[in-house]
Ligand binder design. Structure first.
Ligand code: B4P
Length: 216
């Protein structure tokens, strides 16, 4: 199955993609994670991306497309993948088609995770990543046991540089101005499926499984 996860920052794209990967063997391709990794390693692309990411802006299409091209060339994506956070504007969506054609693949569905603005703010400001496992957590919503499993094992709960209130406003504006244009783009192609991203992580996951025909 080849899927795109679309939705505003904090909608839960990464959270749900990680779980689909763990429980259904789907490969998560997150441009946000690929970019953060490039920043961490100090690659030329990472150095160019950092400023944009910290400001809540989109990183330039050429950098993101090169990362996607390299990632989709890896053998583990042959059985399918979830594109998490890509494409994020119409030029990226248009560039995706020839990339997929080159590897003989096409999209099966585009999942739009819909979440109210007030909820998004709380999710983003509370988001943390465990320094040991990379697991996505939230100081407001994750069970205490999951947070303590990380800190108890000597890990720290790391907050992303762009998860502060000033930057979040900018990221939401970028979503409305650029990424939301992908809703009619994929609707016209008959690929768009709307899934409510509100409620608990388990509730959202159950809705997704039903929508993808994976519910047992
Ligand atoms: P991303 O890494 O894609 O991050 P995101 O959109 O902010 O978050 P996501 O929707 O995945 O939310 P999550 O599951 O973490 O992008 C970061 C930056 O990278 C961008 O701003 C941009 O600069 C750059 N970038 C990335 N892709 C690009 C592209 N294609 N082109 C150009 N630039 C690009 O969930 C958020 C929090 O909520 C977590 O703490 C989670 O635990 C919690 N949560 C999730 N679901 C919940 C639920 N149901 N209930 C309660 N809490 C929940």
């Amino acid at each position: 199955m080849r899927i795109v996860f679309l939705g505003p920052p904090g909608a839960g794209k990464g959270t749900q993609a990680q779980r689909l990967m763990a429980e259904h063997g789907m490969v998560q391709v997150s441009t946000g994670d690929l970019l953060r990794d490039a920043v961490k390693r100090g690659t030329p692309a990472g150095l160019r991306a950092k400023e944009k990411m910290d400001a809540g802006a989109l990183v330039s299409d050429d950098i993101v497309l090169e990362m996607i091209r390299d990632r989709l060339a890896a053998p583990d994506t042959r059985r399918g993948f979830i594109l998490d956070g890509f494409p994020r504007n119409v030029p990226q969506a248009e560039a995706l088609d020839p990339e997929l054609a080159a590897i003989g693949q096409q999209l099966d569905a585009v999942i739009l995770l819909e979440v109210d603005l007030d909820i998004l703010m709380k999710r983003i400001t509370g988001r943390r990543t465990c320094s040991l496992t990379g697991k996505l957590l939230n100081i407001h919503f994750s069970p205490r046991a999951e947070l303590e499993a990380c800190t108890g094992a000597g890990g720290t709960l790391v907050q992303r540089a762009d998860d502060n209130e000033a930057t979040i406003g900018k990221r939401l504006a970028v979503y409305r101005e650029q990424t939301e244009q992908l809703v009619p783009f994929y609707e016209q192609r008959g690929l768009l499926r709307r899934v409510s991203g509100e409620g608990s992580m388990d509730e959202v996951y159950a809705r997704l499984l039903r929508e993808l025909g994976l519910a047992r």
